[in-house]
Design a protein around this ligand. Sequence first.
Ligand code: NAD
Ligand code: TYD
Length: 347
Amino acid sequence: MKILITGGAGFIGSHVVRRMVTRYPEYQIFNLDALTYAGNLENLLDVENYPNYHFIKGDITDQDFISQLFEKYRFDGVIHLAAESHVDRSISDPLAFAKTNVLGTMILLNAFKALWNNNWGGKRFYHVSTDEVYGTLGETGLFTEKTPYSPNSPYSASKASSDHFVRAYGETYGLPYVISNCSNNYGPNHFPEKLIPLFLNNIIENKALPVYGDGNYTRDWLFVKDHARAIDLVFHKGSTGDTYNIGGFNEWKNIDLVKLLCKIMDRKLNRNEGSSEQLITNVKDRPGHDFRYAIDASKIKNELGWEPSVTFEEGLEQTVDWYMENEEWLKRVTSGAYQEYYNKQYR
Ligand code: NAD
Ligand code: TYD
């Protein structure tokens, strides 16, 4: 079985690649990644010499390259994660999100269809998506697989659009797909532009912690290795043409989460209790900021037996330890272009 994983050098992708390479030595795993600012082969140093692992540098929006790649390797399965993934970047450059997330997904779908049309036996195209496609919740309620799509940011609109194209290829051409929509992930190897790794890095550097608006926005956090485990399960056991919501059963208001992080970091850095909290700064809100995300993950729990395996406290502790033990990684990814982005975003 030859499996193409796109975006495998990114945050979630690297955990998926590691899991598939180490658990399934009988599979050949091909990691296709353009190595944008978010892609980092350092994330996969521990598996790069496995005989069943192959890295290919390339762009999913390059149509000729992608069709030649599919003809050459004849992938039986695709786990598609490559994307532009940060809401703030989508606000300043929405077209880049349409290009990679929508056009790139369609180019992969076309290549898969051209290769296996009329001969689908056992083949599968898996699109890894986000709960942000559902838009925002008020104080109550949960996103189920039946919640209508109502994306509010260019990022979520591009992911909603790519979900729709995947489903449309299923209906129109019979392409065997599966989709999952997951809540906010956290864990090792997370690029420090998203809330948790950004704030961790800023606490280490004694820099301001920029909380958007009043900080009462709510997210449902899932440890990345639990997401990778769910992806493995959905890829192997999910029903064709179906969608699964994946979530942490773990809602936090941003401000409460930031205070918890500050407390853990004070302990880890041997700082006086309360000192990191003083770095909290309320800054201008994100435009179109979704108020609350929360996932009803009972379908994947009931049908596939998946549940998160670590508590938030355990996961956060592991995450903080990883960042403190991997200071070099953090230093390297926050040099150069990162500083430019940071100054522009938070000036
Ligand atoms: P990430 O930004 O860390 O990684 C994205 C990867 O895709 C990078 O390695 C990048 O180099 C690669 N890439 C980008 N454009 C490419 C292109 N044109 N061709 C080939 N490779 C390209 O993202 P992530 O947080 O790991 O998210 C992975 C996927 O999971 C995305 O599709 C995202 O929408 C989805 N998702 C993320 C979360 C989350 O909390 N991070 C939650 C739910 C779903
Ligand atoms: P983020 O990690 O960007 O994920 P998403 O927007 O996809 O949910 O943001 C998580 C929450 O944290 C979101 O409500 C926005 C907020 N946030 C801040 O308050 N300050 C920041 O600097 C960042 C990056 C996010």
